[in-house]
Structure formats: structure tokens, C-alpha cells
Design a protein around this ligand. Sequence first.
Ligand code: AKG
Length: 301
Amino acid sequence: MSVALDLPQVSVEQIEIHAEDLDPARAAKIYAEYGALVVRGLMKPYVAKLREEIEACAQESIALLGEAKKITEGWTTPNGTLFLPAPAHFKRQQQIMVLGFNYYTSATFFRSAFDPKTVDLARAVLGENVELFINGQCLYKEPVGGHPKHLHQDAAYFEHRYEGPLAMLGYVVDTNLENGALHVVPGSHKLGVLKHVDTFSHLGLEHEEWPWERALPVCGKAGDAIFFHVKTIHGSKENHSTSARPVFIHRYRAADDYVVVSATTTDNRAEAEKKRDAVKKENQRGLMVCGTRRYDAGRMA
Ligand SMILES: O=C(O)CCC(=O)C(=O)O
């Protein structure tokens, strides 16, 4: 049985606003309804420098491949980049998936997480007290085939106790149907956490039930930002262009929220689910982007 029959048919124009006239309350309303929001030009002030730094990190990672370690999800180089198996025609056996590029390696990246308009929007969605979740992420699709990320909900990887994080994905280059536009399924954040299976790009939804045709592609310019809910179904196809397609992600959550199930495969998810009820906030504290952290013994101890 399909769980998505009642999802709204939405065009990109219905979920899109522009950074110059960003009204946080209106933006939060679109986000609440569709679990997805496009803000044109939001990350423009940072994108040229980020592109340069991301490319340097990609080259560094490729140079370090000889020292990569095999892990469940693929291979990691000493600078923290995750590689996947490459397609048969590729010049290497491994291709980049997630770069070791984050708030610990780039001041520009860290600064962009505190962008005033972005933080105002995060506050309008999540409330007065907001922290960063994860240290920034950068997904990198190499040219001529770079990996697809199958449709999925981030909640399959990091299910939260309360509302869960708001993600902001920024385009580093102009991004379109050829090089791997992000696809979102508006309204799918209301479906709960769906069953995921193991795929080439880790946890993903069954392709038969969630083919790409059910998702809305969001093409955009470098500097455009796409916000999505932790339960919004999303993903992106291969990069068939001749240059790299990186994106960067900031994630924000209410300061008292926390992960209750953390997983990358169906096996480790099944194990983590058994401990869901016992998990507490404890050491899961992120850096505050607005407001303060108040101690609440019931929620935080
Ligand atoms: O467009 C991409 O690179 C995929 C991003 C994504 O799906 C994710 O980080 O969960």
C-alpha cells in the first residue's frame, strides 16, 4: 500500500522565497506546511570562498586515498572524507561522497551557520533557544557519474526525541537536472519515520514505492538554500556533468532536543531502536546559535 497518496502536488514556486525580502514568519509557515522551503540567494555572501575551500579539500582527500581505511559505509581518508565505490568507467575505484569539510576545518563554513537571516528563520521554526546539530556537512558529487543519494528521510539516520533538526542545504555551484539537483517530497514530513532499506548510498526508501517521479526537483544557482525537515523525503541523482557538484549543510535543532536512534544500515538501526527509550540528552549538546540553554532535569539529565 502506498503511504503517499494524499501528498500535495506542489510546484517550486509555492515553496520559494528570496533572501532580500525574507519574512521569517512567512517562511516558517511554508516550512510547517510542506517541510521544505527554498530561499534564493541566502548563502551568496559565503559561496565563492566556500567553493574554493571545498575544492582544495576534495583534492587533498584524493591525494590521501592511499591511506584510506575500510569502514562499513565505504572508506575514510585521514582528513575525514568518506569515499564510496566508483562506477566501472571511473578513473579511480573510489569516489568522494562526504568531504572532511566542516566547522573544524573552515571558518567561512562556521561563520555561514550564524548568518543572521538564517538564524532568524531557524528561530521562527524551532523557538528561542537553538543549537547546531552536527559540525556542518559537505556532500560532493564528482563529475562524470558522481554518486546518487537515494530518496530517504534523515530521521532514518538520526531520529530525534522531539521535533528534530531543520537542515539548510546550500548549493555551491549552479545545480540542475544534469549535475544532481536536490529532490524533495513536500508534505512527507507528516508521514512519520518510514521503513528504510540498505542501498548503495546507505539507508534509503524502497525504489518501487518511492521512485524519483514522486519527488520535486529543485534547480538553483550557487548560493541558493533549501531548508528541509528531518522527516522530509529527499535525495539527489548522479552528477552527469563535467564538473563537481558539492553542497553544504547546516543543521539546527531546539536546544533541548537530541538523537534517540542513530544509524547508517538496517542492522545497526535495528540495534539502536532497542535502546531508543533509554537515551537521554546528556552529552549531545551543540553550540548555541540563538537564545540560551536552560537546565531542565526532566529533559536534560
Ligand atoms: O544532494 C545531496 O548531496 C544529498 C543531500 C542529502 O540527501 C542528505 O544529506 O541527506
